[in-house]
Design a protein around this ligand. Sequence first.
Ligand SMILES: Nc1nc2c(ncn2[C@@H]2O[C@H](COP(=O)(O)OP(=O)(O)OP(=O)(O)O)[C@@H](O)[C@H]2O)c(=O)[nH]1
Ligand SMILES: [Mg+2]
Length: 306
Amino acid sequence: MAIFRRGLSKTRQSFFGRISQMLGNTEIDDDTWDDMETLLIQADVGFDTTMKVIDSLQDRVRAEGITKTTELQGALKDTLSALLEFPPALDISGRELSIILVVGVNGSGKTTSIAKMAHRLQNLSRRKVMIAAGDTFRAAAIEQLQTWGNRINVPVIANRPGSDPGAVVYDATVAAKARGYEILIIDTAGRLQNNFNLMRELTKISEVSGKVVPGAPHEVLLVLDGTTGQNAIEQAKKFQEASGVTGVIVSKLDSTAKGGMVFSIFNDLQLPVHYLGLGESINDLVLFTPEFFVDSLFDDEDEDAD
Ligand SMILES: Nc1nc2c(ncn2[C@@H]2O[C@H](COP(=O)(O)OP(=O)(O)OP(=O)(O)O)[C@@H](O)[C@H]2O)c(=O)[nH]1
Ligand SMILES: [Mg+2]
């Protein structure tokens, strides 16, 4: 919980934590709803999701007989929580080898998130984890992954820069099976959602893993850079079409006040968020927990205002 509060402090201090101050202590009127709408839009909750929140909040206010702005914070918390579902567990158990493909635009935080996730799965979940350096595009990308692998003691299967990513994925899948690894995480080159050829390459990488392990990849995780807010939602739609995304990792939420985009992922994209990146170090990836997330967006009533 403390790591959530620390990691989400920018979004809290800029938006949700200011709600009582902004709404003041008056009767709820039209201005209240205008202010509420502004707050949600500015926090990058997105237009459609904001409208939905306002509608349900108005229903709740009516049903509960709330008339004062001071009572709105609690109602807003409940309304926001209702938008989030507890994400299902990753589909990485109950078979010999499970494969997670990680995709996203340039610099969104894929490689870092993979290292953090591998570390979590190995140390907290006690699973045997291997990583495939499917980003063969840049030499530095392979080295970056190998450096992480050495630090967290997870093997990284790589090939020469410029080689076919499909071939690396094939080799890694065969190696993981032969050596009894339970989870293979595949890194991929960052690609823009509107680059047709690169998007098609993702489909190919997916198919290669499925040839060695039927049904693979079992999860396709899209890494969205939290600092890009609503822009990330548009990218996500393209990745959903091209690679059958099954879930989302939101990175860099510690560096942004746009944390409201998480609501949009559930509501607009209908995708579960599995992990949040809340910092640059290896332990700064947390399992998404709706209750902790929503609580961390608001000032704690017991806490001194900061
Ligand atoms: N503050 C913060 N920085 C992060 C987080 N996750 C990643 N970063 C930083 O974001 C930058 C890009 O991260 P990478 O993991 O290399 O991103 P990538 O998607 O693999 O990038 P490409 O391979 O170039 O497409 C690095 O400087 C990371 O340290 C996070 O949760 N918080
Ligand atoms: Mg990378």
